[in-house]
Ligand binder design. Structure first.
Ligand code: GDD
Ligand code: MN
Length: 379
């Protein structure tokens, strides 16, 4: 563990754990605690507040200690700084069955928490305090630039979720949903998106909020953090669509093989090589090139396995693939079309598909499972 917990009272398990990451929020903390306290009192809710401070130089942690609320747990982190990792640590340390995550700067109104809990009770797995549903608003001073920025980021998340505000950091979920995640790796700011994808969330409800501007201090969402979002998207893509990344690479490399074949053939004929030999050499060269490229890129997860075994398998599969290609072309000419080129195309697609399936699930199968797990773990 990268943190030391303070002021814990393990005697009672609260109904809700509210997780708040902080970095340089000393001025906001007293207001935050006050507002959460009133909200809890008015709704007869019993909660613990977990503050995950990354050892802020502005003495945020001291302010929390001085306020000395028994229901507030302070966790000072000294490693792996960042909003996402802090939130994950907080959720792991939480004792309640219901988890709420929010910012410390009062952009997220605590008064909306009861409405979010009601949605959880109704059966939704995941509830978002949302800026982009009917009834939401953002502070007037939100410039066009921030708005566009946020919209583009949301659009980029479309392959993973349809929710209106997947960038929000105001969340509620049950602990069991959180525990469904295999490997959380929240680079950057988008912890909500990470949880939506990796906890395999199926039902989401968005509660409209007014997103207020922070009164004190400044945002830590720098350009570097925004660039990390692209890295985060790439990881999520590998995580979610791993199986679908192979075929397009295989096709591109196959196409490069065709071009290479033509080039070698043309070159050999140009230096007056015998036609049959030129054709044969062009086939061998393109097959070898396909092998090397596929081993390096498409099926790189199997690189630890012996290359000569794979080479024999690949060439074998390609030869049978050529036979498949030939037979399907012949069949197509009989049954479907009189145009030889069209028949040949159908044959090529069939042969290529055959090659792909054999390559993916036989030639480059070994080591795969273990390695795929480790790729996903890192994603
Ligand atoms: N522990 C820890 N470590 N907390 C951090 C860190 C860090 O490195 N960086 C920021 N935080 C805390 C802040 O103290 C605050 O409580 C919360 O995370 C949000 O940080 P802000 O700096 O206020 O971010 P923002 O207002 O620009 O971004 C908010 O809105 C975005 C959508 O526009 C956040 O809610 C984002 O998650 C959200 O994507
Ligand atoms: Mn903020």
């Amino acid at each position: 563990m990268t943190y030391a917990a303070e002021s814990t009272d393990p005697a009672i398990d609260p109904a809700i754990s509210i997780v708040v990451p902080t970095y340089r929020e000393a001025e906001n903390i007293p207001y935050l605690i006050d507002r959460i306290e009133s909200m809890l009192r008015e709704n007869h809710l019993d909660a613990e507040l977990l503050i995950l401070d990354d050892n802020s130089p502005d003495r945020t942690a001291d302010v929390v200690r001085e306020l000395a609320r028994p229901w507030v747990r302070l966790i000072v982190r000294t490693k792996d700084r960042g909003l996402g990792p802090a939130v994950v640590d907080g959720m792991r340390a939480a004792r309640a069955k219901t988890l709420v995550v929010m910012d410390a700067d009062l952009s997220h109104p605590p008064e909306k928490v009861p409405e979010m809990l009601t949605a959880l009770d109704k059966g939704f797995q995941f509830v978002i305090g949302s800026r982009y549903v009917h009834g939401s608003s953002t502070d007037e001073s939100w410039g066009a630039l921030r708005w566009i920025n946020s919209k583009v980021a949301t659009l980029l998340a479309r392959p993973f979720t349809n929710v209106r505000d997947p960038m929000s950091g105001f969340l509620a979920l049950r602990r069991e949903t959180f525990q469904q995640a295999d490997y959380l790796n929240p680079v950057g700011y988008k912890i909500g998106l990470e949880l939506l994808v990796k906890c395999r969330v199926e039902t989401v409800h968005e509660v409209p909020i007014h997103f207020a501007n922070r009164k004190y201090g400044e945002s830590k969402l720098t350009l570097i953090e925004q660039l990390k979002y692209l890295q985060h998207l790439r990881r999520l893509f590998i995580y979610k669509y791993f199986e679908w990344t192979h075929l397009p690479q295989f096709i591109v490399i196959g196409a490069s093989g065709v071009i290479l074949n033509m080039a070698v053939l043309t070159g050999l004929l140009w230096i007056d090589a015998p036609v049959r030999a030129a054709v044969a050499i062009a086939i061998v060269v393109s097959m070898l090139s396909n092998f090397v490229l596929n081993r390096r890129f498409t099926f790189s997860y199997a690189r630890a396995d012996s290359w000569w075994r794979q080479l024999i398998g690949f060439c074998g599969a390609s030869s049978i693939g050529a036979l498949v290609n030939y037979s399907v072309t012949a069949y197509a000419l009989d049954a479907w079309t009189t145009i030889p080129q069209a028949a040949a195309l159908i044959g090529i697609v069939a042969g290529m598909f055959f090659n792909f399936v054999i390559s993916r699930y036989w030639v480059f199968r070994r080591v795969g499972r273990q390695h795929i797990l480790s790729i996903k773990k890192r994603a």
